[in-house]
Write a protein that binds this ligand. Sequence first.
Ligand SMILES: [Fe+2]
Length: 199
Amino acid sequence: MGAADKNSKKPETQYSASTGETKNKGSRQKTLNDLFGNGLKSIYSGESQLLDALPKVAKAVYSEELQDAIQKHLQETKRQVERLEKIFNRLGIDKSSGEKCKVMEMLIEDGNKIIEEYEEGHVRDSALIIAAQKIEHHEIAVYGSLVELADVLGKKQVMDLLDRSLQEEETTDRILTDIAMDVNDDACEMSEEEVYEDA
Ligand SMILES: [Fe+2]
């Protein structure tokens, strides 16, 4: 295949994990408001996917403490989705016009793979906490950016709503870190692998 053939195979569109949108060749110059709107739609897609995925994760975990934390975050996620819908109404944005967040899709897929590949128990819990914290860190990055954009765009009430969700994600991340300490200890005790003191 010649170089010209290769070039002709190049996709006309390209997905951006940062903005959560697919760029069309020759698209018009975007504004900061566009970036903000697309970010909102992207996290809305992410939260909605998570809402569907979390019940399966809550069912799969062994630790009661972890299960409680996931159930609690499921309820928070419902409120976060409602908060975003409130923001769309306030700003007159069509919430259904966004694309599916592929980053969240991959992160959820990662969790599902763990459920398939690991047996129920402490080690699977450890793996699921890592997967959950990757999700939290993604959400913290997105909400953090959106809070800043809302601030610079002078959308104070929207900023406060987004900041509430950001705080919840940060708290969940800290709770998961705390639970991981116990779960990892249990996983380590259960493990047949030898742990070298000075390793
Ligand atoms: Fe969330």
